[in-house]
Write a new protein. Structure first.
Length: 254
């Protein structure tokens, strides 16, 4: 059996694991960072937690005799992707990145892109606004520097401790979120502006479409740079690459 390691935490990684799980020629492991308290069920064995940096991941790949590494992490998981690229080079393991295309602005979108949370806080302005925040819990705390705003924060896990601001409410929910529900939420909460990532994909696009329909401004955190490794966008492309990589390694007697 050929050993495959998927670096996951995304819907794409989960669907890839589902496609590979029935194959009797593969032993697939899905690695999760462990940042989510209640991860979704997976179709293959799961490894949770970090590897200990580049060398730790390279050692794991060598120790487990991994035949292929697939980076299907979130577009904003820049450190993990960078570590994966360097570890695969050290361990001489073929690597492929599955990269979700970014959203592209269309007519009616009122977007501004910023480099980081400090710029995002500045972009919110000094006048109090009602802000819908769709970010991970580890990215929220710069908002404490702008306590004049009301924040409606949605995350998978509870925000603990809560933001040290006087006006904030919290929603714990896991997508997908459709446009109609997002529009109803934005109207009900009288939201004036949205703060989010350009995550791409359909699961969280509902808020973007709803903002367009309501004429709301959106602040998007710019995507971080990605390592220079072979990359594809679709599940079928990953499967094709994987079969080719395993065929090549078998022909070489690896």
């Amino acid at each position: 059996m050929r050993r495959i390691l998927i670096l996951g935490g995304t819907g794409e990684a989960r669907r890839l694991a589902q496609r590979l799980a029935p194959r009797t020629d593969l032993a697939v492991t899905l690695s999760l960072a462990g940042r989510t308290g209640s991860p979704a069920a997976q179709a293959v064995p799961v490894r949770t937690g970090g590897f200990g940096g580049v060398q730790g991941l390279a050692d794991y790949l060598a120790r487990e005799r991994t035949d292929a590494l697939i980076d299907a992490t979130h577009p904003y998981a820049a450190r993990i992707s960078g570590n994966a690229a360097r570890a695969a080079e050290l361990a001489q393991v073929p690597i492929l990145a599955m990269r979700r295309p970014a959203w592209i602005a269309v007519a009616g979108d009122r977007w501004s892109e910023v480099a980081d949370m400090e710029h995002a806080v500045h972009a919110l302005g000094s006048a109090p606004r009602r802000v819908f925040v769709a970010l991970g819990r580890n990215e929220l705390f710069p908002l404490a520097g702008a306590p004049q705003h009301y924040y409606l924060v949605r995350s998978i896990d509870p925000i603990d401790p809560p933001l040290p601001v006087p006006f904030a409410d919290y929603i714990n929910a896991r997508g997908p979120f459709d446009e109609a529900d997002e529009r109803a939420l934005l109207i009900e909460q009288r939201i004036e502006i949205i703060l989010a990532k350009n995550s791409g994909g359909s699961a969280s696009y509902g808020k973007i479409a709803a903002a367009r329909a309501l004429g709301l401004a959106v602040i998007l955190l710019r995507r971080p740079p990605v390592p220079n490794v072979p990359a594809v966008e679709s599940l079928e492309q990953v499967l094709g690459w994987l079969d080719h990589a395993l065929t090549v390694s078998a022909a070489r007697g690896v």
